[in-house]
Structure formats: structure tokens, C-alpha cells
Design a protein around this ligand. Structure first.
Ligand code: SF4
Ligand code: SF4
Length: 125
């Protein structure tokens, strides 16, 4: 290979777009339909606990009295079972990946006291 053709190759490789991504500055966009983190629309939740009962990995906890919904994200396997069985359709399996963690913990979603009282009154009617 001549020096001229080799220089051409080097120049070509220097100018071409890299095949790799500069993660974490450029995270890859998820593919449509991929199963990511579970999300809840809390105001629509009636804290019936069906999702927690159906979850095969016991990732969910529902406290009806305290209006509290909790998920252990390291247990969740994104199976979609709770989403299918939620009577209020307030659960959604998003395509977003879960945030990396260094310690085990639970994500807690709680109704503010005023909203919880309003929900209780509406449910009693
Ligand atoms: S099944 Fe739906 S409405 Fe019932 S506690 Fe779970 S998220 Fe809330
Ligand atoms: S997606 Fe599956 S594993 Fe995750 S919380 Fe729902 S039922 Fe449990």
C-alpha cells in the first residue's frame, strides 16, 4: 500500500462519524415497544391493591389507608401484568430505561393529604 493511499484511508477514518455513542452524554433512544420503567398516574389510582396482588415478583406495595403506592424497581421485571389488570388504567410501562442505582430502595408515590381526603369523600359517595 502506497503512502498516498494510506494517508487517504487515515483521513477518511478521521473524518467519518464514529460507530459508537458518547454515553452517558448521548443515551440511545429506546426502540418502540421496548419495555422499560413502570409509571403511575397517581391521581387516577384508587389504591385497590390489585396490581400488588398480581405482581409475580412482589415489586409493588399498596397502602390503601395511607394512599401510598410503592415500587421496588430492582424487583420489577417489566412483565406488564399489573398494567393489564389495573381497573383504572393508571399504570403504564414506558420505553424509558430505569435510572441506575447503587443501593436498593423503593420509589414511593403518595397522595398529598388534601387530594387523599377529596378522593376518600368521592369514593364514599
Ligand atoms: S391496580 Fe391500579 S388503581 Fe389499583 S392500586 Fe394498582 S395502580 Fe392503583
Ligand atoms: S411490570 Fe410486572 S414485575 Fe413490574 S410491577 Fe408490574 S407486575 Fe410487577
Amino acid at each position: 500500500m502506497s503512502l498516498f493511499s494510506m494517508s487517504g484511508l487515515v483521513l477518511k477514518w478521521m473524518l467519518r462519524k464514529p460507530y459508537t455513542r458518547r454515553y452517558p452524554f448521548e443515551p440511545r433512544q429506546p426502540f418502540p415497544g421496548s419495555r422499560g420503567a413502570l409509571a403511575i398516574e397517581l391521581p387516577a389510582c384508587v389504591f385497590c391493591g390489585i396490581c400488588a396482588k398480581r405482581c409475580p415478583t412482589q415489586a409493588l406495595e399498596v397502602d390503601r389507608a395511607a394512599k401510598r403506592w410503592t415500587i421496588d424497581r430492582l424487583r420489577c421485571i417489566s412483565c406488564d401484568y399489573c398494567v393489564e389488570h389495573c381497573p383504572k388504567k393508571c399504570l403504564e410501562l414506558t420505553t424509558a430505561h430505569g435510572i441506575p442505582v447503587v443501593a436498593r430502595g423503593k420509589d414511593l408515590f403518595e397522595m398529598p393529604p388534601a387530594a387523599a381526603a377529596a378522593t376518600a369523600v368521592a369514593a364514599a359517595k
